[in-house]
Design a protein around this ligand. Sequence first.
Ligand code: NDP
Length: 239
Amino acid sequence: MSRSVLVTGGNRGIGLAIARALADAGDQVAITYRSGEPPKELAELGCLAVKCDITDPEQVEQAYKEIEDAHGRVEVLVANAGITRDQLILRMSEEDFQAVLDTNLTGTFRVVKRAARGMLRARTGRVVLISSVVGLLGSAGQVNYAASKAALVGFARSLARELGSRNITCNVVAPGFVDTDMTRALPEERQAEIVGQVPLGRYAEPAEIAAAVRFLASDEAAYITGAVIPVDGGLGMGH
Ligand code: NDP
């Protein structure tokens, strides 16, 4: 069955891998991108790319209208878009703190709220939030990022309780360190240090995160809600 899927931040990294996995599974996938041009691969996969900055409520509304016109109401939402602005706390500006919260947490609120409207009417839906191992483990230099990602757990569990009676599930995937632009930006020593702490001794491939998301969005996962699924090579040991 082809469902209408939205993946935010689906133009690169983990989001692109999720879009690829769900399009391969036969879904009608829309992605949002914030800057630049989305890769040609997305058009080849039949994905719709919609420009949208999730910090702007008007752009979120506009994106949903475009997606609904093309694919109908969103049945599966993957809230993946996120940023880091790392700094030790004494050097972290209020702006860096707010920017990370506004994208990772409030941005998620904006896209989930808009999707929930259609899901409630249809009495079915799947929501998957992309958190991070760091949200529960903590990470020096990332109080803003870790706070935003930990918050997604309370968000998802509240939503799971609120919407469960309407057959809408809401789960969290908590990746460990994944080979994307976000982690490539870390200094080499820090990257080596991280790999040294991962029991599986390597970074994840984006497709390994996408596999967990695809499962949570599938019929097989119909009885899973409010769960946090770690895909972290054992780094968090299930928290
Ligand atoms: P990337 O930095 O590679 O990609 C981030 C994506 O989010 C891009 O598509 C980007 O769009 C989009 N984005 C950022 N800000 C906004 C915004 N305001 N509005 C709309 N889109 C936005 O990150 P990853 O693929 O590595 O990460 C994806 C998610 O996974 C994030 O939530 C991240 O926190 C999480 N994660 C990543 C881990 C990792 O090791 N990489 C580990 C754990 C969690 P654009 O290209 O236009 O900038």
